[in-house]
Design a protein around this ligand. Structure first.
Ligand code: C2E
Ligand code: CA
Ligand code: CA
Length: 869
């Protein structure tokens, strides 16, 4: 059945009409009976005189009854249950309508043809009654289908008019008929229109309903409606199911029952909902939590008040959608946005936020807080040599150690790379902070086991503190940054508190950088040369060129200070070129028997043009390339990147010699040397100095380095030899070369030339016999004060001039101390060297050992260090 209705649809296409017309046909036997009755009345009962004489009467009436008979048969046939609608509806309808019209008209003609000819009297009334009755019987049947009724009415009128054969009546009937046709048309049109509109409205309603159902069923959203008391009158089945209830059980319950009441800071949306409901104002997309037991479910709900025609409030109607998944992914995104993926620590954004919050309480008042900035020493080397997966694991383990140490005292965050930040709210006491920093440094100095290997890194820490004076977080971070800088500057593996002077240091750095830019042009740089001596023959084999900078007419600036600045600002490249050219010129002056070594810093090494610069300088000076030696520190050597190895090969091809500088300070394994094309290893001063001291392990280390180097046909130079004792030891250990004050300090080129000329290329050792005098071993805990902070440390041995202190990490050379041996026994001292947690200090003046460490046998006090030769 077509539910759609085209505008030009015919009446017969209307199923409603067809049904009604069928019903008319089905009832037609009553009409048939009534007309047959008319026939019999006319023909037999009192009878019409001459009925059978007038065919216009008996024949026409008979024909009409014939039509009725056919229609009755059609009607009865349509009753049969297995017959649906007739196949050709149009034809069927036309036939039925035609039969109604024809039957009615013929009957009407026959009944009116001689109605008046009976001369009045009771017969007339009887016949009229029968006629009216018949008409009414038929009329009540056709009334079922309005068009059929019109047809019937028309046919009655026309038939009557024809029957009477009265011209004016026939005319009137014709007009009546015309009117009827117009009326039928209009009525049909109107009916069609209303039917169509009705059907459309119904189907639209149905469609809307279906859509709503589908929408609900898909679980995409749900609907709700309340009465004026806020009690549910409708709620989607799906959402009721989610709540573990049936929709019917929720009806009549307050709408707010399906929303979880929360206490906490996130309840603003909930409050908005309450407000909207009570103020009868619309609300849109409020995020609320569903009152579902044991599950976290989020909804977004919207609603608006509804009112009746009179404008009276009737309740709320609205919709809701499920936000749970969205919330979850939001939370995941949030997690990603706030935490470092690798370590799980707070990321830069989050830790900055935490610092901000630690600095102010919830009402915005400043609070005390400390900030630790930590940086791993030599992490890059580990990452580059052992690979990024190892680097990643290292960072994870570092993060784990840090979180363990900090516990709930504060928050650890990773800023990126090997930089970590620790926020410690409410802690400002220097000793507490120093303790924390010390534990971190100690903990991170222990080896990390990664993939069966032991990896070692160190750490440096900068500390800044806000006492609750409302220091902005940015200032705190900057201060910690400066303190970290100072810690690294102090030789790494230490912590530093921020001090205002550090700002000056930072600006001093800047000033140095600016001045260094002009230093080359102003001719402020020069090279000094320190002899390197063959141990066996005491012949000078060459010199190490060391840079000096006389800034303006002012002070000398140590290369240890300005070389790192030159590195950072890339000024090292032009300066390095100048050094190489100057060194080559010096080689020319020194003659073919001598070599000159220059230091090549990592930045220079990374510079593509280095081999070309070297070859240019060598050929310009006209020297043999092997007279030039490049000293490269372990740091570069550790980085096994393809570019690095390529650079090693390119340098090797220029024919210059390569020396591994400061060996032992880094972390390269001895076995590593086998792969490297070095001609020489320079053993770092920290191993050499004091190696003769029986308590030190250094001799054993030097011995193994020398053994390996010899096996690899490399020379060894022991750096920093100052005393005869050390020289003897070095000689005994088989080092091939020595460089140190004992054979000469770095000197101007003219002095170097004098040196080799006067001695015929030979030099003799000149220096102290030994670095230290006899010392007492102790195990005493004392307090050490430095830079305004107090630490606890252990005195391991002590002499009249100095002591070995354990428990202070990587103290930079030159640091001043006050050692508290007792309440009245305070000794000023200065760090001379430091290694890991040990520091060697020199007292400001000689002291009595017995007075310091109490009841021990007094050591033989010697007034001064022995001077040998
Ligand atoms: P380095 O390459 O290890 O140089 C050896 C340093 O030890 C020099 O200090 C030298 O004066 C010092 N020294 C040598 N013998 C002794 C000794 O017996 N006792 C003591 N206490 N010290 C001794 P200097 O000249 O201050 O240089 C420090 C560092 O600065 C150098 O360490 C090197 O890393 C860097 N440097 C110096 N000149 C240059 C240069 O021309 N280029 C580059 N890139 N770096 C340089
Ligand atoms: Ca060097
Ligand atoms: Ca060195």
């Amino acid at each position: 059945m077509a539910s759609e209705t085209s505008p030009d649809e015919s009446l017969f296409d209307s199923p409603e009409f067809v049904t009604r017309l069928t019903r008319v046909a089905q009832l037609w036997h009553y009409v048939l009976v009534s007309r047959v009755l008319v026939y019999f009345a006319c023909a037999f009962f009192p009878g019409l005189p001459g009925f059978f004489d007038r065919p216009s009467q008996w024949l026409v009436l008979g024909l009409g009854i014939g039509c009725d008979l056919v229609l009755t048969v059609i009607g009865q046939l349509s009753r049969s249950p297995h017959r649906g609608l007739p196949e050709r509806i149009g034809l069927w309808c036309t036939t039925v309508m035609g039969l109604i019209a024809l039957g009615t008209m013929l009957t009407s003609v026959a009944m009116f043809v001689n109605g008046g000819g009976m001369g009045g009297g009771p017969y007339v009334d009887a016949f009229s009654a029968i006629r009216v009755g018949t008409v009414l019987v038929a009329a009540s049947a056709v009334a079922i289908a309005r068009p059929a009724f019109f047809t019937f009415a028309g046919a009655t009128a026309l038939g009557g008019a024809i029957g009477k054969a009265s011209v004016p009546f026939a005319l009137a009937a014709m007009i009546f008929l015309l009117l009827l046709i117009v009326m039928v048309r209009e009525d049909v049109r109107h009916q069609n229109r209303t039917r169509r509109a009705k059907r459309k409205a119904a189907s639209e309603q149905q469609r809307a309903l279906n859509l709503v159902r589908d929408f609900e069923r898909a679980g995409r959203g749900w609907f709700w409606e309340t009465d004026r008391h806020g009690q549910l009158v409708y709620i989607s089945q799906t959402v009721a199911a989610k709540l573990g209830r049936s929709a019917s059980s929720l009806i009549g319950k307050p709408f707010t029952d399906i929303i979880r009441k929360r206490i906490g800071n996130d309840e603003s949306e909930e409050r908005t909902l309450g407000f909207s409901l009570s103020s009868r104002t619309p609300f849109k997309e409020l995020t609320v939590q569903a009152a579902v037991q044991g599950e976290e479910r989020w909804w977004s709900i919207s609603g608006h008040p509804i009112s009746n025609e009179l404008g009276n409030f009737q309740g709320f109607r609205g919709s809701g959608t499920d936000l749970t998944e969205k919330k979850k992914s939001e939370r995941e995104i949030n997690q990603l946005a706030r935490y470092d993926v690798l370590t799980g620590l707070a990321n830069r954004l989050h830790i900055t936020d935490l610092l901000e919050r630690a600095l102010r309480n919830h009402i915005g008042q400043p609070q005390p807080c400390a900030l630790l900035l930590m940086d791993l020493d030599r992490f890059k080397a580990v990452n580059d040599t052992l690979g990024h997966p190892v680097g990643d694991q290292l960072l994870q383990q570092v993060a784990a150690r840090l979180t363990q140490i900090i516990g709930d005292k504060g928050q650890v965050g990773r800023l990126g790379g090997d930089e970590f930040q620790i926020v410690l709210p409410q802690i400002t006491q220097p000793d507490k902070l120093a303790n924390i920093a010390n534990s971190i440094i100690l903990s991170l100095a222990k080896p990390f086991a990664i993939e069966g290997e032991q990896v070692r890194v160190g750490s440096s820490i900068g500390i800044s503190v806000s006492e609750g004076a409302g220091v902005p977080s940015s200032a705190l971070v900057r201060n910690a940054d400066l303190a970290l800088y100072a810690a690294k500057d102090a030789g790494r593996g230490v912590y530093r508190f921020y001090a205002d002077a550090m700002h000056d240091q930072a600006s001093e750095r800047k000033a140095i950088e600016d001045a260094l830019r002009d230093a080359l042009a102003k001719d402020e740089l020069r090279l000094v040369y320190q002899p390197i001596v063959d141990v066996a023959s005491e012949r000078v084999s060459g010199f190490e060129a060391l840079i000096r900078w006389q800034r303006g007419n002012a002070e000398m600036i140590s290369p240890s200070k300005f070389i790192p600045i030159a590195e950072e600002s890339n000024l090292i490249v032009p300066i390095g070129e100048w050094i190489i050219r100057s060194a080559c010129d010096a080689i020319v002056k020194l003659g073919p028997d001598y070599r000159v070594a220059v230091n090549v810093s990592p930045r220079q090494f990374a510079n593509e043009k280095l081999p070309a610069t070297i070859m240019g300088a060598v050929s310009a000076a006209g020297i043999r390339p092997e007279q030039l030696e490049l000293e490269i520190t372990e740091g570069i050597f550790l980085d096994e990147s393809p570019e690095n190895l390529e650079m090693f090969q390119r340098l090797k091809r220029t024919g210059v010699r390569l020396a591994l500088d400061d060996f032992g300070t880094g972390y390269s394994a001895l076995g590593y040397l086998k792969k490297a094309p070095f001609d020489k290893i320079k053993i770092d001063q920290s191993f050499v100095r004091g190696a003769a001291d029986p308590s030190s392990m250094n001799a054993a280390i030097i011995s193994s380095i020398v053994g390996l180097a010899a096996a690899l046909k490399m020379e060894t130079t022991a750096e920093g030899v100052e005393t005869h004792d050390d020289l003897e030891l070095i000689r005994g250990l088989g080092c091939s070369h020595v460089q140190g004050y004992i054979y000469g300090k770095p000197m101007a080129l003219t002095d170097a030339l004098d040196l080799i000329r006067s001695g015929g290329g030979r030099v003799s050792a000149e220096g102290y016999k030994s670095a230290r005098e006899p010392r007492r071993l102790t195990f005493r805990t004392i307090h050490v004060e430095s830079g305004g902070y107090r630490y606890e440390a252990i005195i391991r041995n002590v002499s009249t001039r100095g002591a070995l202190i354990e428990g202070l990490w990587n103290v930079p050379e030159g640091t001043s101390f006050r050692l508290e041996f007792g309440p009245d026994l305070i000794v000023d001292a200065q760090a001379r060297w430091s290694e890991q947690n040990r520091v060697g200090v020199q007292f400001a003046q000689a002291v009595e050992i017995a007075a310091l460490i109490g009841n021990v046998a007094p050591a033989p006090v010697r007034a001064r260090i022995d001077r040998a030769a």
